[in-house]
Design a protein around this ligand. Structure first.
Ligand SMILES: C[S@@+](CC[C@H](N)C(=O)[O-])C[C@H]1O[C@@H](n2cnc3c(N)ncnc32)[C@H](O)[C@@H]1O
Length: 257
């Protein structure tokens, strides 16, 4: 890659981070759903160790912190998100038991069997559901839990346009029974799974972006990258509105055997 291309790439990357930093969460979800998923997990206590992988700026982590008493480490690849995450921690006065660190989900900095709970909302797709489940299991204590959200098909058949979109975006998208099958085969008891309600996509994700998009386009008027980024997000929101009967995010909660 030439230096010129690299700098363009970095500029794009910074723009993407800036765009997603301006919204409370970087993927579909809601406080209610985080609390609901947490309701399936028992044995958590003050000395529990929890990791939130691909935590972003920490929207869901602060909810986790409010409803647990253990120690939480948020991990994300992007320093900009972790800076905001740690600001969020201070604002909520969670410094004693919550911290954000920069790191990759491909190379997690935990000892084997150190964690009671692995949390990951809208992020495991970055290494793939099956690979994430397999590789992260070593860090869980026996009897520890994993709770992740993952894009899933609700039906066996669906319109070509949405199949093509996801084939391109994330070919590992699959039906709920197939995802649960993977969970079982990779050594977890499938404790629960539930579909995230529509408001996790609309009210808590796409609606927040409407205002952010206006400001972003004003600031970067005429910038092709910025315009394409916003156009892509709007396209995704339109596809969701049209095809929400066929796909969505599902919470999968498993217990390590
Ligand atoms: C769709 S966002 C979800 C963020 C947050 N969990 C939420 O629900 O608002 C996916 C997150 O995964 C992070 N990410 C991508 N690749 C990663 C990697 N290899 N290791 C750690 N985090 C990664 C991104 O920076 C981003 O914050």
């Amino acid at each position: 890659m030439s230096t010129e291309n690299k700098s363009i790439h970095e500029f794009d990357f910074n723009l993407i981070c800036e765009y997603f930093s301006s919204i409370e969460r970087q993927g579909p979800g809601s406080p209610e759903v985080t609390v609901k998923a947490l309701g399936f997990i028992d044995h958590l206590a003050g000395d529990s160790k929890i990791a939130d992988i691909g935590c972003g700026t920490g929207g869901q982590t602060m909810v986790l912190a409010e409803h647990t008493t253990g120690h939480i480490t948020g991990i994300d690849l992007f320093p900009v998100f972790i800076d905001l995450f740690n600001q969020n921690v201070r604002r909520n006065n969670f410094q004693k038991r919550v911290s954000g660190i920069v790191g990759s989900m491909e190379n997690l900095p935990f000892q084997n069997e150190a964690l009671d709970l692995i949390w990951s909302e809208g992020a495991i797709y970055n290494i793939g559901f099956k690979r994430g489940l397999k590789e992260w299991k070593q860090f869980l204590k026996p009897g520890g839990y994993l709770a992740v959200t993952e894009a899933s098909w609700f039906t066996d058949e669906r319109p070509d346009e949405i199949t093509a979109f996801w084939r391109d975006a994330y070919p590992e998208i699959d039906t709920i029974p197939n995802k649960i099958g993977i969970m079982q085969k990779t050594g977890y008891i499938p404790v629960a799974s539930f579909i995230l309600p529509e408001n996790c996509w609309t009210e808590h994700f796409y609606d927040h972006q409407t205002e952010a998009q206006k400001k972003f386009l004003d600031k970067y008027k005429g910038n092709q990258t910025a315009e394409e980024l916003v156009a892509n997000q709007r396209h995704e929101a339109q596809l969701y509105a049209r095809y929400k009967a066929f796909y969505g995010y599902v919470f999968y909660i498993g217990k390590k055997i």
